[in-house]
Design a protein around this ligand. Structure first.
Ligand SMILES: C[S@@+](CC[C@H](N)C(=O)[O-])C[C@H]1O[C@@H](n2cnc3c(N)ncnc32)[C@H](O)[C@@H]1O
Length: 259
């Protein structure tokens, strides 16, 4: 199965219970719930009424709904996601919020967006970067942002321990062990789920998260990447992992340099 097909299948299965599942996972890794994490991301976003805002990997549109509530309009807000099933949930939740001018939703990939150059003042990506090739995503973010525009991401991050020889070895062993469990579970007829490290997931979701490990960067790697692409980093907030081998959390805000 192609990586993107796997992501779509995984999030289609997860969509109805997405917000509860992600809350459980974040508490396990950081002791910080989904609402609190999203609150920290939203605190970094400073939007004006006429700003054009894009939320990449919008999922159930938590971010567009919050911002539309703050601005009393979703007229200039666009949510983009690869998984139609997540957008279906987003549509229902947006309808239930009875906004006179709801945010627009687009199905597409953050690595190849069907959007015009320099169209947005603010681009956000919450818990989505690790499912994409980050340099391709960031080239697209830069393309659609206006000069001086703001990018804010919040996601899991690799810890410094992951880059040490012991960390690299431990991660390899864990990934190998987890893949083995996946294969065993797949070979047992009628079993769609897998338990490991206290997490319970469908096989496709577990496989999609394993594939995503390659795209999880450290804070320094994120900072170097955005600076090299012509952004200036304004703020960085790290959320510590509860165990050395778990991913940490990262919220980063950067602006497109004008020079
Ligand atoms: C963990 S959810 C995050 C949802 C939401 N941003 C939030 O913070 O709750 C990850 C989302 O990324 C989406 N996704 C994965 N790969 C993508 C891609 N290449 N382009 C756009 N969305 C993608 C998935 O469909 C899923 O909805």
């Amino acid at each position: 199965m192609e990586d993107q097909d796997m992501v779509i299948e995984a999030f289609t299965e997860m969509a109805p219970a997405y917000e509860e599942s992600v809350d459980y996972e974040l508490r396990l890794f950081w002791g910080v719930g989904y609402k609190a994490f999203m609150g920290r991301l939203l605190n970094m976003i400073d939007v004006k009424a006429d700003d054009w805002i894009l939320d990449i990997a919008t999922g159930t549109a938590v971010i567009p709904r919050k911002l539309a509530g703050q601005l009393s309009s979703g007229r200039n807000i666009v949510g983009l996601d690869l998984t139609p099933g997540m957008l279906q949930e987003a549509r229902q939740k947006i309808a239930a919020s009875h906004l006179a001018e709801p945010p627009a939703l687009i199905c597409g990939s953050g690595m190849d967006m069907p959007l015009q150059d320099h169209a947005f003042d603010v681009v956000i990506c919450g818990l989505g970067t690790h499912h994409m090739e980050v340099p391709r995503l960031m080239a697209e973010v830069k393309r659609v942002l206006k000069p001086g525009g703001t990018f804010i991401m919040a996601d899991v991050r690799a810890t410094a321990f992951w880059r040490t020889p012991l960390g690299v070895l431990l991660l390899r062993v864990l990934i190998w062990f987890y893949s083995l469990k996946l294969r065993r579970s797949a070979s047992k007829q009628g079993e769609g789920g897998i338990e490991a490290y206290g997490l319970s997931m469908t096989e496709t979701r577990a496989q999609a998260e394993l594939e995503a490990f390659r795209s999880v960067l450290t804070t320094d790697e994120w900072q170097s990447l955005v600076e090299s692409l012509g952004f200036h980093c304004l703020a960085v907030e790290e959320i510590p992992a509860l165990r050395r081998i778990y991913p940490g959390g990262l919220i980063l805000k950067a602006v497109v340099r004008l020079d």
